[in-house]
Design a protein around this ligand. Structure first.
Ligand code: TA6
Length: 310
């Protein structure tokens, strides 16, 4: 069968495909509701901005564009929505395998692009276990997986990450849509929807804690909330907006800000970046890991919308 060229997926001015640097194709969407960019490297949404918003919803590191640190093979792009799959964090404590798995450091293929009747644009990206860099014998079971990401860009943003097990044995995965949100100032935000939820505190030896009130930030924060399906609200008093993150088939939510010292030690974040971002991730991690039986699928979904604070 003839391989389709990337250009054949373009939709006039609504969706175009170009290379941001050699080997890094980017889909650019501009429809009547919003604009967005998606990198095929990582299957990663980079930007999303409804036309009625002054500020983008997602944070993307500007550092590296000139230094080539942001777009380099075997390294995840810092910002937007990286896909953590088939594991979140380290595979196990002393693992030397890539943190957050292989999906975010693999080149995805375009399966389809479509202009929907309500003016939104839908893109389906795919990758198979064998086309990621996974080769290690103990990862064989993941090679039989197919992964599909459906992104729908409207005045809301929807992401559906579907894992299908084509192998003969059940597989276990952990996963996250590692969304980096742009904020006015980390001191001027709070996160609602996690009150009284149990979390593992990664900055405190994974201590088990209970969230009292809204999440507010005054230092490094890395919390894995378990057994929660609730909608999350990111209230930003500086931008006067509320971002709501709704999820499906997700039992964990991760909240992360590296704070000053860690952010400055990271080569792909500028010194002040920690003030302008927060990660809120729809996930299935730790005790919420997912088992997928042969010929079965599992679909993690996240929908993001924004409104003014009234
Ligand atoms: O989701 C939070 C987290 O797991 C943190 O522990 C932090 O290290 C972050 O992800 C970023 O990980 P990365 O591998 O992209 O540097």
């Amino acid at each position: 069968m003839m391989k389709q060229t990337l250009q054949s997926f373009e939709l006039d001015d609504e969706l175009t495909i170009s290379e941001i640097s050699p080997g890094f194709p980017i889909i650019t969407i501009n429809n009547s509701h919003a604009s967005a960019r998606i990198s095929l490297y990582g299957g990663q949404l980079l930007d999303f901005k409804p036309h009625n918003q002054e500020e983008p919803l997602l944070w993307l590191s500007e550092k590296g564009l000139s230094e080539k640190a942001l777009y380099s093979k075997n390294k995840a792009i810092r910002g937007g929505i990286p896909i953590c799959w088939p594991w979140f964090g380290l595979l196990n404590e002393d693992s030397v395998l890539p943190a957050h798995g292989y999906a975010r450091i693999s080149l995805w293929g375009v399966h389809s692009t479509q202009s929907l009747s309500d003016g939104s644009t839908q893109v389906v990206l795919k990758i198979s276990g064998t086309s990621t860099g996974m080769q290690q014998p103990d990862l064989q079971h993941y090679l039989d997986c197919n992964l599909s990401l459906t992104i729908t860009v409207s005045n809301t943003l929807s992401l559906e990450l579907q894992t299908t097990n084509r192998g003969l044995s059940p597989i276990v995965i952990t996963e996250a849509l590692h969304s980096y949100f742009k904020v006015s100032d980390i001191h001027k935000i709070c996160i609602e929807g996690l009150e009284q939820v149990n979390y593992l505190d990664k900055v405190n030896d994974n201590m088990s804690c209970i969230q009292e009130g809204a999440v507010k930030f005054s230092g490094e924060t890395d919390r894995v909330f378990v057994n929660t399906q609730a909608d999350i609200h990111l209230i930003d008093y500086g931008f006067n907006r509320k971002i709501t993150l709704s999820k499906n088939n997700s039992n964990s939510t991760v909240v992360w800000n590296p704070w000053q010292e860690k952010s400055q030690a990271m080569g792909d974040m500028s010194n002040e970046a920690w003030l302008k971002m927060v990660c809120i991730e729809s996930a299935n991690v730790h005790s919420n890991k997912i088992v997928i039986n042969p010929e079965q699928s599992h679909c993690l979904t996240s929908v993001i919308r924004v409104e003014e604070i009234t």
